[in-house]
Design a binder for this molecule. Structure first.
Ligand SMILES: *Cc1c(COP(=O)(O)O)cnc(C)c1O
Length: 532
């Protein structure tokens, strides 16, 4: 194992000794928890500086309150000055890990570098300072940009109808499934088609979307091979109706959330179409296919695309998502509005109910996350068709490199190469007793200790203890090698019997192990003075 890890370990041991010395030598005045320019501080509300008002506006004198009866009352804002507020939030922001800090191999989330040229273009005043209520004639450039983005998304997916409005992947799923429901309604079949088929490896948003749209979810098992098989699919399709006429459609992620390409997909799509169902493809992970495969060519009818994954618009705290949907020509009339169109004089306009009478309606205000449309188009144009193809090739190459290096140290449940992400489990790290187990959680926490953001853990749910690693194409081989070295080190420590340490990581992080279940089950969303 490289000297690097030992250095980290030494630094940590020193720090622990230090803190004991300090605790015993310095009194409570100096020991405010802040070490090495890293601040441990109270919430602004917990500070009692009521004698130093942060906002210094004099009481209005000799004039009636213009708010009528709404008397000015003490709203209890913390009394802190501008520099104090600024510092507090800047310090908090340094506790937040992001793709701009380092490697972020969160499977299915595609945390990749957001090229700064996108940011620069999104800040051009002609894009940044326009208002959605402006006359269309004054924002022709912005509309053209959206029109071109629609066009390229249609080209890349082979699905000609595009609506840019959904504000995230899950919102795109909703828009897509509502489009499918609207089509069944138009055909008078909405009352008989009540079932949506979804494989058990699916992202949780898929069944949630189907249920919100009023459908019953029928799960297709994939555990044996990690992939959908024609046989398992047909069993689900014909389960309650010999012709599958009670099935509205299926929602499938391809590549799936085990990082595997669904190789039976064409036959499955054919069977579904023969039964009159629609194929919804969760295209959040289009970054594995973009420029290589067009989903419309393998039978997809509707697909959402996470611009914030494949096309590098910032997410995960860095910016809003954007989840456009692309549909077949047959489904295009039902798309949500507005959609950008061009008239015979070449002017761009937002098509609404008048020109799209069959639309399912409006999903949200205005046109969607326009700033993300700018960034996504900038990304496409700066890469070009050949560059986008390279994106998916390198994303897949990087994931397979990691898989090839880790396959002797971690259990790889499914054979063959992966797509843009690889899946392993903690099976080889099991101990003689449960207490000896080094689990996926322990491995994730050890990664934090060693300076790496963990991969996605315990997802997908098809097998116990899964770890889903997505390196993306934007990382260097050097970064991948260092991550692999740390993963191998963890495995070799476990093999050598040095298991106990893994139950105590992280040691050096600002917080150790949080009670995540409690945080999820009993979230405290509002501060009150009892908690102080
Ligand atoms: C990320 C993701 C989603 C949800 O996208 P959001 O923008 O987070 O709503 C849905 N499906 C899959 C497969 C994903 O990876």
């Amino acid at each position: 194992m490289g000297a690097e890890l030992h250095m980290m370990q030494d630094a940590k041991d020193n720090q622990m000794e230090d803190s004991q010395t300090e605790d015993s030598q310095t009194g409570p005045v100096l020991n405010n928890g802040t070490r090495a320019l890293r601040y441990e501080e109270q919430l602004l509300w917990e500070r009692e500086f009521h004698d130093t008002p942060g906002v210094d506006l004099p009481e209005p004198q000799g004039m009636p309150l213009r708010t009528g009866d709404a008397l000015r009352e003490d709203v209890g804002l913390p009394q802190v000055s501008e520099p104090e507020v600024l510092r507090h939030f800047v310090r908090l922001s340094t506790l937040n890990y992001s793709i701009d800090h380092g490697f972020f191999p969160l499977g299915s989330c595609t945390m990749k570098h957001n090229p700064r040229v996108n940011e620069k273009l999104a800040r051009l005043p002609g894009f940044a300072h326009i208002h959605p209520m402006q006359e269309e004639s004054t924002v022709q450039g912005a509309l053209e940009l959206m029109y071109r983005l629609q066009h390229y998304l249609a080209e890349l997916t082979a699905l000609p109808g595009v609506c840019l409005t959904p504000a995230a992947g899950a919102h795109g799923e909703l828009a897509g499934m509502m489009t499918i429901r609207r089509a069944h309604e138009a055909a008078g079949e909405n009352e008989t088609r009540k079932i949506v088929l979804i494989p058990d490896s699916a992202h949780g948003t898929n069944p949630a979307t189907a249920v919100i749209c009023g459908y019953k979810v029928r799960t297709i098992p994939t555990k044996e091979t990690g992939r959908l098989t024609q046989a398992a699919f047909e069993e689900a399709l014909y389960k309650t109706d010999p012709d599958g006429k009670d099935v509205a459609g299926m929602m499938v992620t391809n590549p799936n959330t085990c990082g595997l390409f669904e190789s039976d997909i064409v036959g499955i799509a054919d069977a579904l179409h023969a039964a009159g169902g629609y194929f919804y493809c969760d295209g959040a992970n289009f970054n594995a296919l973009v420029g290589k495969v067009r989903p419309g060519d393998f039978g997809v009818d509707v697909m959402h695309i996470n611009l914030h994954k494949t096309f590098s618009t910032p997410h995960g705290g860095g910016g809003p998502g954007s989840g456009p949907i692309c549909v077949t020509e047959a489904l295009e009339p039902y798309l949500p509005i507005p959609v950008v169109e061009q008239d015979i004089n070449g002017a761009y306009f937002l098509a609404r109910e008048k020109s799209r009478p069959e639309t399912l309606g409006k999903l949200r205000g205005f046109v969607g996350q326009f700033g993300m449309h700018v960034r996504a188009l900038a990304y496409m144009l700066s890469h070009g068709a050949d560059g986008l193809k390279e994106v998916s090739e390198n994303a897949v190459l990087n994931a397979n490199y990691i898989l090839s290096q880790l396959k002797d140290d971690y259990h790889v449940p499914y054979d063959g190469p992966c797509m843009h992400e690889c899946m392993v489990t903690d099976k080889l790290q099991k101990g003689e007793t449960k207490d000896d187990d080094v689990t996926t959680l322990d491995i994730a926490k050890a990664l934090v200790e060693y300076g790496y953001h963990p991969m996605t853990t315990y997802f997908p749910l098809v097998l116990p203890g899964t770890m889903l690693i997505e390196p993306t194409e934007t990382e260097t081989k050097g970064t991948l090698d260092k991550f692999i070295t740390v993963m191998m080190h963890i495995a070799s420590e476990v093999r050598a019997g040095n298991r106990d340490q893994f139950h105590h990581y992280p040691q050096s992080a600002p917080r150790r192990r949080l009670d995540e279940v409690k945080a999820a089950r009993h979230p405290v969303l509002r501060w009150s003075s009892d908690q102080a």
